[in-house]
Design a protein around this ligand. Sequence first.
Ligand SMILES: Cc1ncc(COP(=O)(O)O)c(C=O)c1O
Length: 304
Amino acid sequence: MHNFLPIAYFENQFVPFEQANISIATHALHYGTGAFGGLRGIPDPSNPQQILLFRLDRHCKRLSASARLLHFELPADKIESVIIDFVKKNQPDKSFYLRPFVYTSDLGISPRLHNLEKNFFVYGLELGDYLSPDGASCRISSWYRQEDRSLPLRGKISGAYITSSLAKTEAVESGFDEAILMNSQGKVSEATGMNVFVVRNGKLLAPGFEQDILEGITRDSILTMARDLGIPVVERPIDKSELFIADEIFLSGTAAKITPVKRIENFELKRDRPITMKLKDKLAAITENRDPDYKHWVTAIPLA
Ligand SMILES: Cc1ncc(COP(=O)(O)O)c(C=O)c1O
């Protein structure tokens, strides 16, 4: 059960969440022609009268790009101003997750993107840990990450999440917490809603954009933080077998933050995770606006 925030943005206005409903004939529901964002908001630990959002500009830019892939021009600054108003209207007092969504809102059939009304809504829900902070067990999925030649992977297109859904359920039903998907070349791509990082011999390895990953904003933040901390970073294709001999593996995402991997298939990983923990602590400090060097990544929204 979720605790939804009381106010939603729907069809260009703020309405009670319960009144933000769509028709069963909505085009996007049938064809997966939507795209979404996902941001976390937290009450500022040093001033509960304001809410902190992490990398709001990047999230709005990515959603605007996703909208464009759906033939919908929705400027990032419009998304940003709606999100700021959404937070002010809801006055959240706990950590929450904010879900902006763009979609073909017209009614009726025929898969296409042209000559259709598009729309944009935002809702929110309270959200604690998405995965256990102690670590996740992961299986290698029998489902493969899609390729950009059949689906625009630079957007967070809702229809694409059938693959994540299949992989997640397969993992959970076989006794794991999460799934890691390979791409069509057999290289490590990402998890069902997170990017993947591997530590080997003191180096932080990450699959590059050419490995069919989503351009994760947490991933981008981690690469910047790691370079600033003097951790050597290499973006390169990662083989499946490297997962089994890794010193550390972790998953990154807005919902999952930095979650260590404790087991991959039948291989247990060491509980000593110096690089993961260093990055995890740094990310927590930045999102709570405690790190003076990264204040530009945090938007403080006053509630009064
Ligand atoms: C498929 C997928 N990969 C990676 C991520 C991580 O992206 P971000 O760090 O921007 O949340 C997400 C979550 O948004 C996702 O859904």
